[in-house]
Each structure stands twice: as C-alpha cells, then as structure tokens.
Design a protein. Structure first.
Length: 297
C-alpha cells in the first residue's frame, strides 16, 4: 500500500467515477483501475462496486477509506506547511457557484481563512452561463459550473476548466412526497407532477427535451433562488429537476429531508468543475484555493 494508491481511491470515492478521477489527477483510467485492483488484492477486500454508472464505495470499505483520508490529509498538510510556511496572502477571492454547489465550497473557505486570516471572500450563486460570462468579464475569479460535456469546448473557449465530477439530471422530492420511496421515475410519470425549477440552462434544455417526448409539462414556476425551490418541495409537494451534484451537496438532501430519483431514459453526460481565466493569469489565491478544495471536497 502506498500514498499514490490512497490518493487514487479517495478521488474515485469523491467523483464516483474512474474517468473523472483520471482526468482530475492527469493519469490514465487504466492506471487508476489497476492501482485500485492491486490495493484490493493486498487488503483482501473489495473497495468499490463498479459499473457503467460509476464506482461506489462499498459500505464495509468506508472505515478503511476514512483512515486513508486521514493519512492523505496529514501528508498534504505537511507539504503545505513546508511549501507555504511564512507565506502571507492578502486580497479577495471572488467565487460563484451553481445552485447546490455552495455548501461544498464552505469548508475550503473556512480552511483558507484559518491559514490566511487577511484573505477576504465574495461568494454568489448563479446559473453556469452567468458564471462563465462573469469569469470572462473579470467579475469572478473562480466559478463552479455544470455543462453538458459535449458543449464544453464551445462555451469555454479561452478559459481553463478543472473537472471535479460528472453526472446526469435527476429528480428531487420532499421526503413526504408519494414518490420519495421510489428509486427512479419515468418521463411520463414526470408529466403528471407539478415542477418547480431553478433558472438554469441545463434544466431548461432537459425540460425542453422532456416536453418533446411526453408533451407539455406542468411547470408551476422558475426561480433564481434555490431556497425557494426547497420550500416549494416541502410545502407544495412539488418535484424539481437538476444535476445530481447540486442535490448531493444540498444540506437538506444530506439530512434526508429530500430524496433523489433517477430519471429513466438515455441522458447526456454533464461535467462539473471549476472555470477560470487562462492558467497563466490565474493568481496565487486561486491556486491555493484549488489546492485546498481538492482535499476539503
């Protein structure tokens, strides 16, 4: 067992995908797959359940991965202490994130603030298209976005993209909703439900495609406020649609107030990650933030 294997395992745990983990760590998929297989053989136990839908940590392996994370975090802290000791960073980091992305950013902000007390942060929530625009216009330093994978080259020309996850669209309901006990929902079942939606190009595109398949759907309202969506799910027995990264980082989902459902049918892949101006112009604060996010995420 070595540190590199543990890093690979933890990245796959975080992204639930060997493909995304390989892209994030700049290695081949086979490198990660073989490293995990060797480690599983050495430990005498399987760590992941692997399928075309992703790689998911087995319940019995979670205590092992917790210990791995402790080791990797300790090594990272030692490296940072050695590299950045005495370093003082001042200024402001302007961050913007898609709905559901903010909770996953907070631990990194707290960690950065502890190390660099003079550092200030500005954090906003916005659709991906607005974040990309604001990054281009130098109104945001770093943005957490989600795009259909095949659209990335078109929308991100001249910008740098650091992938952190991938996924597809999901439905989300309050835990008291009659759909809460289901694992999945069909597109024709969605047609019968009242939808409340966040103003987001991915959501709009999916609902447009849904309408082509099943006919006009019942959208009660759209909003730019994710808290309003959450309130509608709880009070109006409505259904919302979004990419799974947003839902899996939502506090209400983590506390089991909401349930996530797979949407049956073929879907386009979605990439989630950080967008910034060309790496040559990325400042020191951005680089340090991304370093910390990799381990706090």
């Amino acid at each position: 067992m070595n540190l590199e294997q543990m890093v690979y395992v933890l990245e796959v745990e975080k992204t639930k995908s060997i493909t995304v983990a390989a892209a994030t760590l700049s290695v081949t998929q086979s490198t990660i797959s073989q490293a995990i297989t060797r480690l599983e053989h050495e430990l005498g136990m399987q760590l992941f359940s692997r399928s075309r839908n992703g790689a998911y940590v087995l319940e019995q392996a979670k205590p092992i991965l917790d210990k791995m994370k402790s080791v990797v975090d300790t090594v990272q802290n030692i490296k940072e202490d050695a590299q950045y000791i005495g370093e003082s960073i001042h200024g402001e980091l302007r961050l913007s994130a898609i709905p559901g992305g903010v909770p996953g950013i907070i631990p990194t902000i707290a960690s950065m603030k502890k190390r660099y007390p003079d550092l200030k942060f500005e954090l906003s929530e916005s659709p991906a298209r607005n974040i990309i625009r604001d990054v281009r216009n130098k109104q945001v330093d770093l943005g957490l976005i989600a795009l259909y994978t095949y659209d990335m080259e078109q929308h991100l020309e001249g910008l740098r993209f650091v992938p952190i996850d991938e996924g597809v669209m999901r439905a989300c309901v309050n835990h008291t909703n009659h759909l809460a006990g289901k694992k999945s929902i069909t597109m024709h079942e969605l047609k019968k439900e009242t939808l409340v939606l966040f103003n987001d190009e991915l959501v709009d595109s999916f609902v447009g495609e849904l309408s082509q398949v099943v006919g006009e759907v019942n959208v009660l309202f759209r909003t730019n406020n994710s808290e309003v969506v959450n309130a509608a799910l709880a009070q109006l027995d409505a259904v919302t649609i979004g990419h799974e990264y947003s839902f899996t980082h939502d506090r209400s989902v983590l506390h089991h107030d909401f349930s996530i459902l797979e949407i049956e049918g073929v879907q386009r892949a979605i990439s989630i990650g950080w967008v910034m101006r060309d790496s040559k112009s990325s400042n020191l604060i951005v680089k340090r933030f991304l370093d910390r996010f990799q381990y706090e995420g």
